[in-house]
Design a protein around this ligand. Structure first.
Ligand code: MG
Length: 257
């Protein structure tokens, strides 16, 4: 099944489900009890929103060998965790705001795991039972600030630095999905999730040995090689097999006066 969050005109945002190119409303939420109503809107007639509003976003650093190599670092012996703030979330088509503090903002195409049930001390074998589904994420990073600060909160924490969407797919197997990232149509990243250092199941086991995962939390599973700069006017387009396409323009953010 595919879940979306959407808005029609000035109606409040709501959850829905997707059948082919049609959207139906959902009574309840995909994070708990819900009932699917009949499909009633063509997909192009609704505005898609971030498919979930996470309580927390757990990022994984250096989870692809080739990406670690391009940055001249080793892959870690255990998963390298960081947090992005929920205020960074934007949806399909929303602009990535390039902050004036950074001269180098980069895209990071990633498979995102959406948690469906509260999880603590979950084994890798059991991990799949705590997953609602999968979506696409862009772990947008101000690379210069990330390097300068040593820790990653500022470089990865700006508003708009976590585009997700377009929907949550509950039937997808994360073991071998092709990830593509294009900027203005030019291919920048292409890899399979089978090249991950730690699998989705291993990541869930590791994270839940540290913190409780709540329904709606998301895990960004790391980016493959080929990350590169994005500039004002660029269009970043990420596709993952079975999960559609997540497209976001980049615009220069001006400091509030
Ligand atoms: Mg990343």
């Amino acid at each position: 099944m595919r879940f979306v969050r959407f808005q029609i005109g000035k109606e409040p945002p709501q959850y829905g489900w997707l059948y082919e190119e049609m959207v139906g409303r959902l009574e309840g939420t995909p994070l708990g009890e819900f009932r699917r109503l009949d499909v009633e809107f063509p997909l192009e007639a609704v505005r898609l929103l971030p498919p979930v509003l996470p309580g927390k976003i757990i990022g994984i650093g250096r989870n692809y060998f080739e990406h670690a190599r391009e940055h001249g670092v080793e892959v870690p012996e255990v998963p390298l965790l960081f947090l992005k703030p929920p205020s960074a979330i934007i949806g399909p088509g929303d602009p990535i705001l390039l902050p004036p503090q950074s001269a180098r903002v980069e895209h990071e195409a990633e498979l995102a795991v959406v948690i469906g049930r509260r999880a603590r001390w979950v084994s890798a074998d059991q991990a799949q039972h705590f997953v609602l589904g999968y979506t696409i994420a862009n772990d947008v990073t101000a690379r210069d600030l990330q390097r300068r600060d040593g820790q990653w909160t500022r470089g990865k924490g700006f508003d708009t630095f976590c585009p997700i969407g377009p929907w949550i797919d509950t039937n997808c197997d994360p073991a071998d999905l092709l990830i593509n990232c294009r900027v203005n149509g030019e291919l920048r990243q292409m890899a399979s999730t089978r090249e991950m250092v730690f699998t989705v199941q291993q990541l869930i086991a590791f994270i839940t040995s540290v913190m409780t995962l709540e329904p709606g939390d998301i895990i960004l599973t790391g980016t493959p090689a080929g990350t590169g700069p994005i500039e004002a006017g660029d269009l970043v387009s990420i596709t993952i097999e079975g999960l559609g396409e997540l497209e976001n323009p980049a615009v220069q953010a001006l400091p509030e006066k």
